[in-house]
Design a protein around this ligand. Structure first.
Ligand code: NAD
Length: 431
């Protein structure tokens, strides 16, 4: 790898001198996996670039009477294995390039868990913190109307992402349905329960983390009872993963969020911690432990580390000081390429993001299935089906890793790419 030239013509050696951003990391991971699979370059060409990228200019009536024109994007990286699937983000920094890279990431995430979706992503360059609810609703509806021929239950199914939520999905569903002249709940996932959302969706990503951690612990002969766990990020993913692991008997020895962290080598009392978070909106200053500053949580003595906050947290600067035997990537891209090499050398089992945090998109798939059937499952049925898929995916990835003597990350990419390429070969290329 060190001296290879990537298929974009860049010298990977010089790229590896610096820490890469998560999207550059994902591109390297794709290329490493594609090389190991010895893929026919003809197929690599087909899956390297998105199949369709749409740019829309969205005039929106602002509250002060003016119009502003926003730029929106929707990219379908692949629809080979099913409709494109992926979130929509509202952020000032959204660019076509970022959306294209994130759409590809979704293709691999859906393929690694074997759900019948391709990959997509969307975004609008806007600052939602400076917009009223009415302005956001008009922007969302105009975006949906302009993409009416692009999205759809059979073609491209959006979901929430950064700064979008259940309400945004409800507006998209309503706008799409008004044009269709009937209610089409399955056009988006992540909807409110009242509008065809799925039971268990909120907890799905954290629960998925639990399922893969359980399998990883079994593989290493480690019992979860008494295992020490540190969790960076105590939001939707981190808090649920911590709570469920504690229920399995693990000791949650440290947690952190953007305001600070708290540690207790004997284990934090989760029910009390959750009450503290509900009242204070942060884990900081929890009286049941001692404070932990910033990124120090990643170096706390523990058996299992769950980065569930941001990208680029485990880097070449701190990877050597990680004590955990298992890292389950709840967040997207928390480990840099260089850190990955250090951890692999040290024998740490890193469960990569495209596997570890795929519980969310898996239950989105369940939501789409339930909407299409008009028949809704109980939460325990959702959780049981999620477990089956996550456990199977974990074993598929570890099998690939053992067969090719590669890390779980490379194996997850190999498995995903192979599934997409197999589908292309079976379908044939219509040319
Ligand atoms: P969230 O907003 O609910 O929670 C994020 C948490 O991280 C918060 O507790 C926040 O305080 C904390 N945080 C932010 N900056 C921090 C810092 N510098 N140090 C420590 N903690 C910090 O978000 P979420 O939905 O839990 O998502 C977390 C990560 O998981 C993101 O990378 C997201 O892309 C990824 N992810 C989420 C889902 C999902 O279904 N929610 C699915 C796949 C991946």
């Amino acid at each position: 790898m060190e001296t290879a030239t990537s298929s974009t013509g860049m010298d990977m050696g010089s790229e590896l001198q610096r820490e890469l951003n998560p999207l550059e990391n994902a591109r390297l991971q794709f290329e490493e996996a594609a090389q190991r699979l010895k893929l026919d370059p003809n197929f690599v060409q087909i899956i390297k670039e998105p199949r369709r990228a749409t740019i829309v200019k969205l005039p929106v009536h602002m509250d002060d009477g003016s119009f502003r024109v926003f730029t929106g994007y929707r990219v379908q990286h692949s629809i080979i294995r099913g409709p494109a699937k992926g979130g929509i983000r509202f952020h000032p920094d959204v660019t076509l390039e970022e959306v294209m890279a994130l759409a590809a990431w979704m293709t691999w995430k859906c393929a690694v868990v074997g759900i019948p979706f391709g990959g997509g992503k969307g975004g609008i360059a806007c600052d939602p913190t400076k917009m009223s609810r009415g302005e956001l609703e008009r922007l969302t509806r105009r975006y949906t109307a302009d993409l009416i021929d692009v999205i759809g239950p059979e073609s491209d199914v959006p979901a929430p992402d950064v700064n979008t939520n259940q309400q945004t999905m409800a507006w998209i569903m309503d706008t799409y349905s008004m044009h269709a002249r009937h209610t089409v709940t399955s056009v988006v996932t992540g909807k409110p329960l009242e509008l065809g959302g799925s039971a268990g969706r909120r907890e799905a990503t954290g629960r998925g983390v639990l399922f893969v951690v359980r399998e990883a612990a079994k593989k290493l002969g480690m019992s979860l009872k008494g295992a020490k766990v540190a969790v960076q990020g105590f939001g939707n993913v981190g808090s649920v993963a911590a709570e469920l692991l504690a229920k399995d008997g693990a000791l949650i020895v440290a947690v952190s969020d953007v305001h600070g962290g708290v540690a207790n080598p004997k284990g934090l009392h989760l029910p009390t911690l959750l009450r503290h978070v509900e009242a204070k909106k942060t884990v900081a200053h929890f009286p049941g432990g001692t404070p932990v500053e910033g990124k120090n949580i990643l170096e706390i003595p523990c058996d299992i580390l769950i980065p569930a906050a941001l990208e680029n947290q485990i880097t070449n600067k701190n990877a050597g000081r990680v004590s955990a035997r298992i890292i389950a990537e709840g967040a997207n891209g928390p480990t840099t390429h260089q850190a990955d090499k250090i951890l692999n050398k040290a024998g740490v089992m890193v469960i990569p993001d495209i596997l570890a945090n795929s519980g969310g998109v898996t239950v989105s798939y369940f939501e789409w299935v339930q909407d299409r059937q008009g028949y809704f499952w109980r939460e325990d049925e959702v959780n049981q089906r999620l477990e089956q898929i996550m456990v199977q995916a974990f074993h598929d990835v570890t099998h690939m890793a053992e067969e090719h003597k590669v890390s779980l990350r490379v194996a997850a990419f190999m498995l995903a790419i192979k599934r997409v390429v197999d589908a292309i070969q079976l379908r044939g290329v219509y040319a």
